[in-house]
Design a binder for this molecule. Structure first.
Ligand SMILES: Cc1ncc(COP(=O)(O)O)c(C=O)c1O
Length: 396
């Protein structure tokens, strides 16, 4: 048998806890509140069918040919025009999902041992993307309004040990669903500029607001100090694997070179289809339908939680958009321990511990309110409450 010697960095690559849990959710009859999958009801299949025909008949040979690493120029322009601050098309790099944006940022900005800062908790997929570059990941304390500025100043470090960047999700964060307040955004951007700390702003959920749009992005306030990551996954479809980076001129060429080495370019056919679909203001008509559906589903989850968790010391938040809601179990109860009990009762969630870079709060868990139907949410939350009650009874 061949003895393969793996790179040391391979040891830093771990299976996503979420993907492992998703395997469990394939068990027949299980209601999954675990995955972060957009509702397939929102995928504009007819619009794509039309766009597909149009792209092939109008531009087939180019759509199927190798292309520029920067991306399809008209799509880059559409992204620049869509964003709510002054973005030059030269700053837009089309990526294979915003997940690739995270990978490119990691390659360009992290050396082994570099300090990088994240929220508490943060997006698991970002920790995974950063890990092979062997950073020292440090969590900054965060509350319902977002990251705490005082702690940021303590954690940034100085000189050669200064953090390379702060990774932040201001809108309807994955996993908590929380949104950074206007005051906190203003204070964060000012503090980061004072500390000379670059910001990586990840915003795949910003358009999925329910009652009012969130405050302006951090990047809009200081474009030279931020790299912005966007995605078409949540407003069109994740299977397209298309996202984008908006980067200052100082780092754009290096991100582009990293992109070239990674995959030459994102699929030109998909880029043209998205551009074709977006023409004529499609997103302006389509995204409100996603917002309306997800708001209804969030409300179904809130109602079920209020009804089913009565009398239990369980807390949850009320997200103003996005796909996730954050729950805290009674004192002394671990979400990891609760999961098998919940799966026995045919409901799955993601234990919150997966999303902490350090010092996990084991009482937390993430629920998605978009993939299951309102009826399934109601049943699933009932089963979750039954599992919690069983645990409480075991302890008594
Ligand atoms: C916060 C965050 N960033 C990035 C991604 C990756 O999205 P995609 O690669 O589909 O654009 C996700 C996916 O769930 C996410 O939640």
């Amino acid at each position: 048998m061949t003895n393969w010697t793996l790179a040391a960095r391979a040891a830093k690559m771990n299976p996503s806890v979420i993907r492992e849990i998703l395997k469990v959710t394939e068990k027949p009859g299980i209601i999954s509140l675990a995955g972060g999958l957009p509702s397939p009801k929102t995928f504009p299949i007819d619009a794509f069918a039309k766009a597909c025909g149009a792209v092939l008949s109008q531009d087939g040979p180019s759509a199927l040919q190798y292309a520029a690493s920067e991306g399809y120029q008209p799509l880059r322009q559409a992204v620049a025009d869509f964003l709510p601050w002054d973005v030059s098309v030269d700053q837009v790099l089309i990526t294979t999902g915003s997940q690739q944006g995270l990978d490119l940022v990691a390659k360009v900005l992290i050396d082994a041992g570099s300090r990088i800062l994240v929220e508490t908790p943060t997006y698991l997929g970002a920790i995974q993307a950063f890990a092979p570059m062997e950073p020292d990941v440090v969590s900054v304390a965060s509350d319902d309004e977002g990251m705490q500025i005082d702690d940021l100043a303590h954690k940034t470090g100085s000189g050669a040990g200064q953090a390379r960047f702060l990774y932040v999700l201001p809108n309807f964060q994955n996993p908590t669903g929380r949104t950074m307040s206007e005051a906190r955004r203003a204070a964060l951007v000012a503090k980061a500029a004072e500390l000379n700390l670059p910001l990586i702003e990840d915003n795949p959920y910003g358009d999925l607001w329910f009652d009012q749009p969130p405050p302006a992005p951090l990047t809009a306030r200081n474009p030279e100090g931020c790299i912005y990551l966007g995605s078409f996954s949540k407003v069109l479809a994740p299977g397209l694997r298309l996202g984008f980076i908006v980067a200052p001129k100082a780092v754009f060429p290096k991100l582009l070179q990293a992109k070239q080495a990674a995959d030459l370019h994102s699929p030109g056919f998909n880029q043209r289809m998205v551009h074709e679909v977006m023409k004529g203001g499609f997103l302006g008509r389509h995204v409100p339908t996603i917002r309306a559906l997800y708001k209804q589903q969030r409300d179904a989850m809130l109602q079920a939680l209020t009804r089913e968790m009565a009398g239990l010391d369980v807390q949850w938040n009320t997200p103003d958009g996005g796909m996730f809601l954050w729950v805290r179990l009674p004192e002394g109860m671990s979400a990891i321990d609760l999961l098998p009990e919940a799966v026995d009762r045919n409901v799955a969630f993601v234990p919150g511990a997966a999303f902490y870079a350090d010092n996990a709060d084991h009482r937390t868990l993430r629920l998605s309110f978009v993939t299951a139907s309102a009826e399934q949410i109601s049943t699933g939350v009932g089963s979750l409450a039954a599992a919690i009650r069983a645990r409480v009874a075991q302890k008594a």
